[in-house]
Design a protein around this ligand. Structure first.
Ligand SMILES: C[S@@+](CC[C@H](N)C(=O)[O-])C[C@H]1O[C@@H](n2cnc3c(N)ncnc32)[C@H](O)[C@@H]1O
Length: 256
């Protein structure tokens, strides 16, 4: 007998397969079908040994599934096979379009459960020792998209640049030039900045500097998406990155 149609939206965590939740693993174990994105560690698929696995992300040069196509696949597979797990990077509700998927599925009367995930916006900085808040250094942080749905720089970056908050920018690599120029206009040229590509994975790469020199670092290290940009004094607080800023300070003294 076919299983009852249902959907579980699972946050897979930031990249390291060990950073999924136990609840997420239990959902995968009960899946009939798993629909997974490009940033998902393939190692996680082993937790769904009996499920049909369907890739719905974008591969280099290949067709990208539209949100409409993914919505249709969820419905089709839920009615044909039963329990669909929609495995999404980080947390499904942080720039993940998770709410669009559950709203659509709800129209068909299919029950839906949500399993939160560890967002890359929190885990990627933490993994290199950057505290997004710290007493006497930063009282808040903003998580902002670099690129809005109409491909413009988010106006929130301009507003956040006028505060002392830590900025965590996702999907910002194509706008890095515009981002640094907004910060420079707000006298933040000397502010520490870190760019972390493929955070928490074996391919993690880091570039650190200040707003004034980060473009050179991006180009010399060839940093690109998927990456997180962290801007604020907290970057210097990382014990892993601190020596970089101490060296700048010492070089400045010896140059003076
Ligand atoms: C569509 S958003 C999805 C975010 C996801 N829902 C989350 O909570 O992490 C994709 C963006 O997240 C960031 N991202 C996701 N995983 C990352 C990782 N392991 N390292 C660096 N950035 C990552 C990048 O900015 C990437 O372009």
């Amino acid at each position: 007998m076919k299983n009852e149609a249902r959907l579980t939206l699972v946050g897979a965590g930031p990249g390291d397969p060990d950073l999924i939740t136990i609840k997420g693993i239990k959902a995968l174990a009960e899946a009939d079908v798993v629909l997974y994105d490009a940033l998902i560690s393939k190692e996680l698929l082993k937790y769904a040994p009996n499920a049909l696995k369907i890739f719905v992300g974008k591969r280099k040069g290949n067709h990208r599934y539209s949100q409409d196509e993914i919505n249709a696949l969820i419905i089709e597979n839920a009615f044909n096979y039963g329990h669909v797990v929609r495995l999404k990077g980080g947390d499904p509700f942080i720039f993940g379009r998770g709410s669009e998927e559950i709203n659509y599925v709800d129209n068909f009367g299919i029950p839906c459960t949500i399993v939160p995930g560890i967002s890359s916006s929190l885990a990627v900085p933490a993994n290199v020792g950057i505290p997004l808040t710290k007493r006497k250094v930063s009282e808040s942080f903003w998580v902002i998209t670099g690129c809005t749905s109409n491909r413009k720089l988010s106006n929130d970056i301009k507003i956040a640049s006028q505060t002392s908050a830590t900025l965590v920018i996702l999907m910002g690599m194509h706008k890095i030039k515009e981002i640094t120029s907004v910060l420079q206009k707000n006298n933040k040229g000397d502010t520490p900045i870190a760019i972390i590509q493929n955070g928490t994975t074996q391919n993690e790469r880091i570039g650190v500097g200040t707003v004034n020199n980060i473009l050179e670092i991006v180009s010399s290290k060839k940093l690109s998406s998927p990456a997180i940009i962290i801007i604020g004094e907290v970057v210097k607080e990382s014990i892993k990155l601190r020596s970089f800023y101490e060296n700048i300070y010492l070089n400045n003294i010896s140059a003076a």
